[in-house]
Design a protein around this ligand. Sequence first.
Ligand SMILES: CCCCNCc1ccc(S(N)(=O)=O)cc1
Ligand SMILES: [Zn+2]
Length: 262
Amino acid sequence: TGNLWGYGKEDGPSVWHKNYPVAQGDRQSPIDIVPHQASHDPSLGPVVLNYDQCTSIKIANNGHSVVVEFDDSDDRSVIRGGPLDNPYRLKQFHFHWGVKGCHGSEHTVAGNSYASELHLVHWNAVKYTTFGEAATAPDGLAVLGIFLQTGDDHRWLNMITDALYTVKFKGSAADFKGFNPKCLLPSSLHYWTYLGSLTTPPLHESVIWIVVKDPITVSEKQLGKLRTLLFTGEEEDQRTRMENNFRPPQLLKGRNVLWSFR
Ligand SMILES: CCCCNCc1ccc(S(N)(=O)=O)cc1
Ligand SMILES: [Zn+2]
């Protein structure tokens, strides 16, 4: 099975539109968030995360990122409030990063990018029966985006970076139980929100984006461990380091970005 898409010159974001024409659609992600052009919406309440009973199951290398997957068979881990009309169930989280310091996030803020970006992916299990069905619906997914900046070591990120050696190759997976991603959030959940899409193929325009304003701080050493992952499988003789797995900002096409914080 060939790779349908990637982040290289031949298969990267600039050619995704050939196999996924929605890449040139009206609500594509990520975007550059321009704070003073965003509108304050007083009706936007805080985002509420109920992750206390959350159950991570496994960590995996899907050839595009490292993903931690959760048991989403009930409403034990949900995000609600903010722009959301229903609770959305936590399905997985993953990261996007660069090759060094200051590039690697997908969303940018006034043209500035961060070293990495964490995506917590949730789906609307009130209206839809499966993640796959929700992933094609305009209000099917809610992704919480958290920026990572470099500085001191992040105490809890070590739980993930210490497990990366078990998922070095595309297609590898390992048990990863008992991890609660609440420990990866900044203290303030002030956010921007807008209607967008998956940032990787199939690029479905099904995501209500909630991008948290404040970054968390991780060390260059921890980011370096993400870069020891490979895009390629164990059986492939050509080893390619997993880095720069981010899509650049897409056109806003008249969308409104709302902000919650005062
Ligand atoms: C049914 C097809 C969906 C598979 N792909 C999932 C997926 C989830 C989140 C993101 S992201 N990067 O927008 O958070 C991309 C792709
Ligand atoms: Zn993502």
